[in-house]
Design a protein around this ligand. Structure first.
Ligand SMILES: Cc1cc2nc3c(=O)[nH]c(=O)nc-3n(C[C@H](O)[C@H](O)[C@H](O)COP(=O)(O)OP(=O)(O)OC[C@H]3O[C@@H](n4cnc5c(N)ncnc54)[C@H](O)[C@@H]3O)c2cc1C
Length: 324
């Protein structure tokens, strides 16, 4: 729902869940802090507020971040699309800025997140605000993981929205006001949003947990760490080593119920369930104009009805976790 929130299709409360309420309902203590480190020997989690929380079982579900490792200067220029709360704060600032002067804004990353995001930003800028948008990606075309028909539809949507597309351009460096490509070319922009491939949080690589080659927690089909049986992980943070899948929410949400079941089973000494991730997943890509594209294997379907279908799926999911 994030692109829909940016585009103005959803209010903040429609696209967010109340974790405090959910924890109360589940009889769990809610601690609003960031995990910064893990001491697996002492079985303790280190938190940003200085707390050290010991655990019997730990489940890590902290998602992913855009992979900025190949780009110099990202600390001085640009915003990652995740963490989402930081991005939303910056987006409000950008909208305010664009109401005062015409901005050039680049989104870097031509996967589903980057394409949806730039379309949503263009539409959600607000009345009176002005900006020229650029989408930059290092692949020859956008959406390399999707079929040609989906690429064509989204390329057309970008053209219609007046978004400049720069394919085959690997950004290697950033500094305030400019992006530098690997061939030495420069794109001058006032704002940049990083929507690159997912990478794991840095603290996980220092934890000593077994990981895949990219540093995501390596788990078995029970979502249990391959090196530390008292640690579980699911969602973007984890890779089921024998059945890796793209980092997408559709896989994460299906792991949730198995994770819950297995945490209980592990505590009670019962048999753990196995999770078999689906081979391929349906992607519903928001084209930013109350239309969407369904991408499944080689198939592509587009229309206003696809957006209504996506909206219905997303709202139904959120409703399951709401107080009202
Ligand atoms: C623009 C965009 C559009 C997308 N659209 C789709 C889509 O249509 N379909 C789809 O399947 N996927 C989509 N994705 C991918 C999807 O967002 C992720 O795959 C999904 O959110 C992963 O779920 P998760 O629970 O593992 O992590 P997240 O949803 O990222 O949740 C992680 C949570 O952990 C918290 N957290 C992070 N670090 C810490 C820490 N150190 N300590 C404590 N808490 C922490 C975060 O605040 C967050 O609440 C999209 C992604 C983007 C960026």
């Amino acid at each position: 729902m994030l692109p829909g929130l940016i585009a103005g299709d959803y209010r903040f409360d429609e696209a967010h869940l109340d974790l405090d309420f959910l924890c109360q309902r589940a009889g769990a203590a809610f601690i609003e802090s960031a995990a910064l480190g893990l001491d697996t020997a002492a079985k303790a989690l280190l938190l940003a507020d200085g707390q050290r929380r010991e655990y019997d079982l730990l489940s890590i579900n902290t998602g992913s971040r855009p992979d900025l490792s190949g780009i110099a200067g990202t600390k001085t220029f640009g915003i990652g699309v995740k963490p989402v709360e930081g991005f939303l704060r910056e987006w409000e600032r950008i909208r305010g800025e664009a109401a005062r002067r015409r901005l050039r804004i680049a989104v870097v990353g031509g996967g589903a997140a980057g394409v949806e995001l730039v379309l949503a930003m263009e539409r959600g800028l607000g009345r009176g605000a002005r900006a020229d948008f650029h989408l930059v990606t290092d692949t020859p075309e956008i959406l390399p993981a999707h079929p040609p028909a989906v690429r064509r539809i989204l390329t057309r949507a970008l053209e219609q929205a007046g978004i400049a597309l720069h394919c085959g351009r690997a950004v290697v460096a950033a500094r305030p006001g400019e992006l530098r490509w690997d061939n030495g070319g420069i794109l001058r922009v006032e704002e940049v949003v990083w929507a690159l491939a997912a990478s794991p949080p840095a603290w996980i690589s220092k934890s000593g947990l077994a990981t895949d080659t990219r540093g995501f927690v390596a788990v078995n089909s029970q979502l249990r760490s391959l090196s530390h049986p008292d640690v579980f992980a699911a969602g973007d943070t984890a890779t089921i080593l024998h059945a890796p899948r793209p980092k997408a929410g559709v896989y994460a949400v299906r792991q949730g119920p198995v994770l819950a079941q297995n945490l209980r089973a592990a505590l009670e000494g019962r048999r753990l369930a196995s999770h078999v991730p689906q081979r391929r997943a349906l992607s519903l890509l928001n084209t930013g104009n109350h239309r969407a594209v369904a991408s499944y294997g080689p198939l592509a379907l587009e229309g206003a009805w696809v957006w209504r279908w996506k909206d219905w799926i997303d709202r139904r999911f959120m409703a399951r976790y709401r107080a009202d």
